[in-house]
Design a binder for this molecule. Sequence first.
Ligand SMILES: *[C@@H]1O[C@H](CO)[C@@H](O)[C@H](O)[C@H]1NC(C)=O
Ligand SMILES: *[C@@H]1O[C@H](CO)[C@@H](O)[C@H](O)[C@H]1NC(C)=O
Ligand SMILES: *[C@@H]1O[C@H](CO)[C@@H](O)[C@H](O)[C@H]1NC(C)=O
Ligand SMILES: *[C@@H]1O[C@H](CO)[C@@H](O)[C@H](O)[C@H]1NC(C)=O
Ligand SMILES: *[C@@H]1O[C@H](CO)[C@@H](O)[C@H](O)[C@H]1NC(C)=O
Ligand SMILES: *[C@@H]1O[C@H](CO)[C@@H](O)[C@H](O)[C@H]1NC(C)=O
Ligand SMILES: *[C@@H]1O[C@H](CO)[C@@H](O)[C@H](O)[C@H]1NC(C)=O
Ligand SMILES: *[C@@H]1O[C@H](CO)[C@@H](O)[C@H](O)[C@H]1NC(C)=O
Length: 405
Amino acid sequence: MARRRPASVHLCASAALLIVAFSSLTHSAGAYDPLDPNGNITIKWDVIQWTPDGYVAVVSLYNYQQYRHIQAPGWKLGWVWEKKEIIWAMTGGQATEQGDCSKFKSNIPHCCKKDPEVVDLLPGTPYNTQIANCCKGGVLTAWAQDPENAVASFQISVGQAGTTNRTVKVPKKFTLKAPGPGYTCGPAKFVKPTKFISQDGRRSTQAHTTWNVTCTYSQFVAQRSPTCCVSLSSFYNDTIVNCPTCSCGCQNNSTAPGSCVEGNSPYLASVVNDPNNKNNLAPLVQCTSHMCPIRVHWHVKVNYKEYWRVKITVSNFNYRMNYSQWNLVAQHPNFDNLTTIFSFSYKSLNPYGLISEHLALQITLWSLGTFELALLIPILFQALTFALLQTTLLCYGASSTTTIC
Ligand SMILES: *[C@@H]1O[C@H](CO)[C@@H](O)[C@H](O)[C@H]1NC(C)=O
Ligand SMILES: *[C@@H]1O[C@H](CO)[C@@H](O)[C@H](O)[C@H]1NC(C)=O
Ligand SMILES: *[C@@H]1O[C@H](CO)[C@@H](O)[C@H](O)[C@H]1NC(C)=O
Ligand SMILES: *[C@@H]1O[C@H](CO)[C@@H](O)[C@H](O)[C@H]1NC(C)=O
Ligand SMILES: *[C@@H]1O[C@H](CO)[C@@H](O)[C@H](O)[C@H]1NC(C)=O
Ligand SMILES: *[C@@H]1O[C@H](CO)[C@@H](O)[C@H](O)[C@H]1NC(C)=O
Ligand SMILES: *[C@@H]1O[C@H](CO)[C@@H](O)[C@H](O)[C@H]1NC(C)=O
Ligand SMILES: *[C@@H]1O[C@H](CO)[C@@H](O)[C@H](O)[C@H]1NC(C)=O
């Protein structure tokens, strides 16, 4: 392959490959994410103490995903007990429902459900109910962004359970909502007991027994239709290649009236402010031809031999979501991990989530002109003062036949 090509050919290839990169994700099935193949959330149970009728364990969630973080209202971890286990007490987290504890006369358990669901406590929880890494309202950062805040823990005291590492039964059917569907968890597996190193590093203690559960994310489990789309434009052609019509579903008055809202309709304020909808995570999108909650617009501003410059504009069309911390993950063959220099500025064109929020990033990409697909690497653009577009920014659904060439 020639190392220097005429600028226009170079650009053509750039644009086409960008789309291919995005659309190839459409065909990846299951939980595999080509941009983060090892991404997972690992849940670790460390039994740190046996009690007369059970054990005390510290349960930790590690968000080992490179760019997908867990946003408010946070994670929710569920499982099914193997036997008749109950939760006597918890610190750093709580079961969402107590369940039927009517059999208990004096000492009332924290939760008697066969299938408890646990959530994190909110920041500012009284000191005596906290443990390390707890109480972030269920919000976890992505590993590449901030590993220290990618871990959550709670302590659980389990009764009516085994009291040795041979009689203890591991819970089964783990579920993780983070928030909403998308994660699939495997079975718990006994692993080498965790070692805890003392602060001065001179002594280590270890868990009595430890088991791990691994959960992986799949866009297909989360939602059948894509949640974002890519549109393109360039300095040398007035034509804007819009997101394909119905990229994220179709607006059809006869089959799904109210599947979107017009930006200026009086109905909008009533849906957005309806307290019954406070915890509704389903997107409420502004009516557009693509019907996507998120649109990423890729505008090629200049194209030189040595580099090209694009302006990326991210628009939020979902009235139910404010994004305060977000990542944009872009994949492109011209991103080279040694030579890419990127700087960006962002601005919020409308800080009042009610009308759609636009955010523009300007990125300068330096390229050596290589077109090897093997050089594809994910790049993380982090803007810490804005939170996430994580679940939405992998773009599915851009048509591979659309090019600006
Ligand atoms: C989960 O992610 C960690 C960190 O990337 C990795 O070491 C581990 O092998 C992964 N686990 C599975 C089961 O993929
Ligand atoms: C279990 O999970 C912990 C925490 O993520 C990790 O350090 C450990 O390597 C895992 N063990 C196995 C066997 O995957
Ligand atoms: C249970 O404890 C025994 C010794 O106390 C140890 O050899 C064994 O590895 C432990 N098993 C598990 C699953 O932790
Ligand atoms: C809307 O739904 C009706 C009935 O299913 C169908 O006949 C029509 O083609 C749909 N219109 C669009 C624009 O998809
Ligand atoms: C859908 O219905 C609304 C009111 O019922 C109407 O104003 C609008 O024009 C319709 N849209 C389409 C595409 O038919
Ligand atoms: C988004 O932020 C605006 C302004 O702070 C607020 O009025 C609105 O209720 C928020 N929307 C959601 C869904 O949190
Ligand atoms: C970055 O480039 C170096 C040298 O070319 C290579 O060894 C390394 O694997 C690359 N890293 C990634 C993430 O592609
Ligand atoms: C601009 O792009 C459109 C759509 O791809 C194409 O039909 C048209 O010929 C282009 N115009 C020029 C001047 O290149």
